[in-house]
Write a protein that binds this ligand. Structure first.
Ligand code: MLC
Ligand code: AMP
Length: 501
């Protein structure tokens, strides 16, 4: 028996599955290409048996065919971020220890040295996903690992979140019923494909339902508006920073263009925002421009989506609604007792969509769950008049910038390794465009001069672009409390006082 996602796709046959820069592809095409590619990945074996396969492929047809091929061959997919420099890619390769890397030819140069150093075979997508014969493929039990997504935490480098096929099915089924997905849906996709938002909420939900997923090669606000103008997209999902950029582009357009753009967006049946807090002014502005009250929902790599405003009914600005189908959600105090109604607490989640473990990190996995299986999200919320309102993270060291989660501590480690830096503190400064603006206060070694441009170039060579501080201030000392510990709120105030938004 094949995975349910695949058997469902077989039933959608000649319907349009993917529209991508390289062409248009039906469900039959996806079954054919991923079957041939799975056969090549197996290379005569019966089953990849959970071997990791990393893929560094830009959003597009080859990405989708590769992901399905890995799954159908019994492999464990590890998407690599196309924006990451070598040091970040090396971390994932060394942690995941794949048996092979699939790469799009435009990115081969980026990874070939890393692959050679680790003696990993590199398979280029044109050869992998081309049409060809399909051999016998294994039966893949849905409890087996399906996807490993890397996420930043309060300790160490990013860790792998292990999601099974059953976890992903539970996430997709929940969203299908909550948001009314059907085969007549047509969704636009420009989010990166190494996160649940792009992979599960958009791509896999579309393919589970026999809908069409149209992949745009990159996010450019004008392209999205011009695509919406055609009036045939039914669904759109993005992070708050993207909505803000779309609003800025609309503001800059001439009145006749604005009218067309607004009419195109109004034709969608649903527009969703998530991955970071949606500022109420953005929600209100979007409503004036398009007529849509954005449906805000709350999720996390480890759990998929947990809370959502309703498809039908009142969507309360500033709130993320109620638990999604299949999700148990509770708020607890520091002793892990459920808080009385109306009081704030940590969000804990349980259910079939929740991940099983951090890859090869048993202690961190154990710390993440209570004895009776609730996952500790580290986010705080309160329920008011029946709806959840997110209050923020329990830790000041986890930031969200443009929908990307970053660890202040990981960035600090990198900055401290730069010659002449004695100490530093990284904080998220509230910013209307990015959510948290990654900012660093840096103390130099006595008699050293640190050029901020050089420090930024150094950070760029080691960190994903969204982790690189947008603002660096050289300070004489870091604000500390009586115990000598750096006080992050006081560091944040340094940037606010100095004229940041
Ligand atoms: C890019 N840059 C960022 C950034 N993205 N800086 C901070 N935060 C980000 N998120 C950098 C670029 O490298 C560049 O640096 C500069 O900022 C301006 O780049 P840009 O071209 O304007 O940015 P762009 O490429 O357009 O990307 C912005 C974005 C993108 C918002 C479209 O970041 C994005 O798609 N974010 C979504 C992430 C996502 O899918 N999150 C879901 C996680 S899952 P320089 O130095 O070159 O100028 C999750 C669970 C859930 O959270 O609930 O969904
Ligand atoms: P990630 O680890 O990248 O999956 O990011 C998950 C985190 O994003 C959550 O733990 C929250 O802190 C944050 N998040 C997601 N959706 C929302 C939302 N609607 N409002 C506020 N924070 C959110």
């Amino acid at each position: 028996m094949s995975l349910e996602l695949v058997s469902r796709a077989e039933s959608f046959g000649a319907d349009l599955a993917i529209i991508a820069p390289g062409g248009v592809f039906t469900y039959d095409d996806l079954i054919g290409a991923s079957g041939a590619a799975a056969t090549r990945l197996l290379a005569g074996r019966d089953d990849l048996e959970g071997e990791r396969v990393c893929y560094l492929v830009p959003p597009g047809w080859a990405y989708v065919a590769t992901q399905w091929a890995v799954w159908r061959a019994g492999g464990f997919g590890v998407p690599l971020a196309t924006s990451h420099p070598a040091a970040e890619l090396a971390h994932v390769l060394d942690d995941a220890r794949p048996e092979a890397i699939v790469v799009h030819p435009t990115l081969t140069e980026r990874i070939s040295d890393l692959a050679d150093e680790r003696r990993l075979p590199l398979l280029e997508t044109p050869a992998l996903v081309r049409p060809g014969p399909m051999g016998a493929l294994p039966d893949v039990d849905e409890r087996r690992p399906s996807l490993m997504l890397y996420t930043s935490g309060t300790t160490g480098r990013p860790k792998g979140v292990v999601l099974s096929h059953a976890n992903i099915r539970a996430q997709v089924e929940s969203l299908t019923s909550a948001w009314g997905w059907s085969s007549s849906d047509h969704i636009l996709l420009h989010l990166p494909l190494h996160h649940v938002h792009g992979i599960v909420n958009i791509l896999t939900s579309a393919l589970w339902n026999g809908a069409t997923c149209e992949i745009l090669p990159r996010f450019r606000p004008v392209d999205v508006w011009e695509r919406l103008v055609r009036g045939d997209a039914t669904l759109y999902m993005a992070v708050p920073t993207v909505y803000r950029r779309l609003i800025d582009a609309w503001d800059e357009a001439p009145p006749a263009v604005r009218r067309d753009w607004s009419a195109g967006a109004a034709a969608c049946r649903l527009m969703v925002s998530g991955s970071a807090a949606l500022p109420v002014p953005t929600l209100e502005r979007w409503k004036r421009i398009t007529g849509h009250t954005l449906l805000e929902r709350y999720g996390m790599t480890e759990i998929g989506m947990g809370l959502s405003n309703p498809l039908d009914g009142h969507r309360r600005p500033g709130f993320v609604g109620t638990p999604l189908p299949g999700m148990d959600v509770r708020l607890v105090d520091e002793e892990e007792r459920t808080v009385p109604a109306g009081e704030a607490g940590e969000i804990q989640v349980r259910g079939p969509a929740v991940f099983s473990e951090y890859w090869r990190r048993p202690e961190e996995t154990e710390r993440a769950f209570t004895a009776d299986g609730w996952f500790r999200t580290g986010d705080r919320a309160v329920v008011e008049e029946g709806a959840y309102r997110i209050l923020g993270r329990a830790s000041v060291d986890i930031l969200k910038t443009g929908g990307e989660k970053v660890s202040a501590l990981e960035i600090e480690d990198v900055l401290r390794s730069f010659e002449g830096v004695a100490d530093c503190a990284v904080v998220g400064v509230p910013d209307p465009a990015w959510g948290d603006r990654v900012s660093a206060a840096v103390v130099c070694e006595p008699s050293s001069v640190v050029e901020t441009d050089e420090l930024i170039a150094f950070a760029k060579s080691r960190l994903a672009p969204y982790k690189v501080p947008k603002d660096i201030r050289i300070v004489g000392d870091l604000p500390r409390n009586a115990m000598g510990k750096v006080t992050k709120p006081a560091v944040r105030d340094l940037f606010i006082e100095e004229g940041n938004p």
